[in-house]
Design a protein around this ligand. Structure first.
Ligand code: HSE
Length: 405
């Protein structure tokens, strides 16, 4: 029998308990041993709930109990999670976590600590909710040099953008719905400003390229500037708007960013809708692979956490290698990245198109009865820097969105 302790009885923590209880027999069979939840750490009490008998408020009880082999950290946030996880590893306990803030910030250090002690620090649920992506990057795609990872990595914003497009609804109203469904972060800015997707692409990039990608270095733009007007014009051009986290190797340099991006039907991420996440990976020998599934929510996330617990039970005194060194990877300046841009402008197309052409060169422009007094156009390919220089020469730009491949 292997004893585990769950830190946090919130959405994911209660999901972990539910998954272990529901699939008890098959999970134990796959793990090769019985998994027993010995403690659940939470500040609160849950009178009347059977979980109450396992609730403890003092982390030291878990830390000092040599019978606990695995600590499951599902509290979220960097502290106290970092202190708790570090002390668990120091005590020789493996850790499974869903905490992307913790992994993005301290992943390389915690991985190294686990390796030294021949235990494990696993974090499948930190990216893509229930989608297996960390394990494939670590174990299945090892023959390849990764050239690109591009993903819809945040379920809340994908849910919002999908609803805005399909149901013609307002941003705030849909955000509220996503929060009620348990997808959103406690602080909605983490989702809508792109910070959550930023941490996730930092984790994936660090694993794919084997060195530390600091999330603070990643250019990040959220979806708060996306309006119904942009959705109308995007539709007219045959595009949909997705919040993409992307890391690409171009001429030996890594370009990494998070930004709303317009993509066409040819892009495999086009049909990833609602709370679903999709992650596209390109390897130099494998070519393209896509990972798709539930990117947020209690049970999908818990399913990924429990898969890590099972792996840790199977490898109690063996470290499962993770290639993520603490050596910092210097990212390329995205100002040199080239792409096409969508631009929405104030004014009638008949009056302003010529001026826009003078500044941007050849453009493809449209107007719509649904958006009176404005028009939109697509530029040819240019660097971000070149776009900014040109855009500064013309008045009336209301929004611009990058065009993806
Ligand atoms: N708030 C996150 C999302 C939860 O919406 O994707 C899963 O990490």
């Amino acid at each position: 029998m292997v004893n585990i302790a769950v830190l946090g009885y919130g959405t994911v923590g209660s999901g972990v308990v539910e998954v272990i209880n529901t699939n008890h027999d098959s999970i134990n069979k796959k793990a090769g041993q019985e998994i027993q939840i010995k403690y659940v750490l939470d500040l609160r009490d849950f009178p009347g709930d059977p979980i109450q008998e396992k609730i403890v408020h003092d982390y030291n009880r878990i830390l000092e109990d040599d019978e606990v082999d695995i600590v499951v950290e599902v509290m979220g946030g960097v502290e106290p999670a970092y202190t708790y996880v570090k002390s668990a590893l120091e005590k020789g306990k493996s850790v499974a976590t869903s905490n992307k803030e913790l992994v993005a910030k301290h992943g390389s250090e915690l991985i190294a600590m686990a390796k030294e002690r021949k235990i494990n620090f696993l974090f499948e649920a930190s990216v893509g909710g229930g989608i297996p992506i960390i394990r494939p990057l670590n174990q299945s795609l090892t023959a390849d040099e990764i050239c690109e990872i591009t993903g819809i990595l945040n379920g809340t914003t994908n849910y919002i953008l999908t609803k805005m497009r399909n149901e013609n609804r307002e941003f705030d109203e849909v955000l509220k719905e996503a929060q009620e469904l348990g997808y959103a972060e406690r602080n909605p800015a983490a989702d809508v400003e792109g910070y959550d997707a930023c941490r996730k692409i930092a984790i994936l990039s660090s694993l794919a390229f084997g060195s530390q990608v600091d999330y603070e270095d990643i250019y990040t733009e959220g979806i708060t500037n996306i309006t119904a007007k942009d959705i109308v014009f995007a539709d007219q051009f045959g595009y949909t708007i997705k919040l993409l986290g992307s890391s690409k190797r171009i001429d030996g340099q890594i370009y990494c960013m998070v930004a709303p991006t317009m993509i066409t039907e040819d892009n495999p991420l086009y049909s990833v809708n609602g709370v679903f996440n999709g992650i596209f990976v390109k390897g130099n020998v494998l070519g393209d692979v896509m990972f798709y599934g539930s990117g947020a929510g209690k049970l999908p996330t818990a399913s990924a956490v429990v898969s890590d617990i099972v792996d840790e039970v199977k490898h109690l005194h063996t470290n499962i290698m993770t290639t993520w060194s603490s050596r910092k990877l210097e990212l390329a300046d995205i100002k040199n990245a080239k792409k096409r841009f969508y631009v929405r402008m104030e004014g009638a197309r008949s009056e302003k198109q010529a001026e826009a052409e003078e500044v941007f060169g050849a453009i493809q422009a449209v107007e719509s009865e649904k958006v009176p007094g404005e028009f939109a156009f697509l530029t040819e390919e240019m660097s971000e820097k070149e776009y900014e220089e040109r855009a500064a020469k013309i008045k009336g730009i209301v929004n611009r969105i990058r065009i993806g491949r």
